[in-house]
Design a binder for this molecule. Sequence first.
Ligand SMILES: CC(C)(COP(=O)(O)OP(=O)(O)OC[C@H]1O[C@@H](n2cnc3c(N)ncnc32)[C@H](O)[C@@H]1OP(=O)(O)O)[C@@H](O)C(=O)NCCC(=O)NCCS
Length: 157
Amino acid sequence: MSAESVFIEQMLPDDLPAVVRIERASYPDPWSSASFSREISAQPISHPIVARRDGMVVGFVVAWFVVDEVHIGNVAVAPDARRQGIGRLLMDTLESQAVAEGCTYSTLEVRESNQSARQLYGQMGYRVIGRRDRYYRHPEEDALVMVRTLSISGAGK
Ligand SMILES: CC(C)(COP(=O)(O)OP(=O)(O)OC[C@H]1O[C@@H](n2cnc3c(N)ncnc32)[C@H](O)[C@@H]1OP(=O)(O)O)[C@@H](O)C(=O)NCCC(=O)NCCS
């Protein structure tokens, strides 16, 4: 199955159980349901979106729009829906929305060992600009800080 049948929509309170299931399947140190709930309440600074296929949540992104910067706080795709273009679709959509809101660059942190995410971000044009020592727990690991300039012509270029 491809990402063509996937729709990107605002995250709603009813999405929380599915979002938390994906979160727990994706990270050793997952965010709680209350954390996602706070993000839904913190709009429009917080920008939580989901990818839906056949009515089911298959992935999400949470990002923060701060003046001219969008910071990606969390992105995950359900394990059985990975490698189908959904992560890229979520990121491209988020960046397009960020550009429409006046953001000119995007930042994120990623575990140094997270090759799939680093591959995704590298493919999109993110580059490493720094490192945060022992930023992550369970297991403890450095974060790489990545940045990408957003083009007015749209994300993913
Ligand atoms: C990272 C993640 C969101 C990618 O989502 P996805 O839907 O599988 O990604 P896509 O199918 O859109 O892949 C886009 C590109 O990312 C890269 N990529 C994704 N998964 C990869 C993997 N397992 N190995 C190598 N490259 C990978 C590839 O370049 C891919 O392009 P290609 O399929 O044309 O080669 C997903 O693996 C995930 O949820 N991981 C767990 C949570 C996580 O690590 N989030 C990021 C935290 S910073």
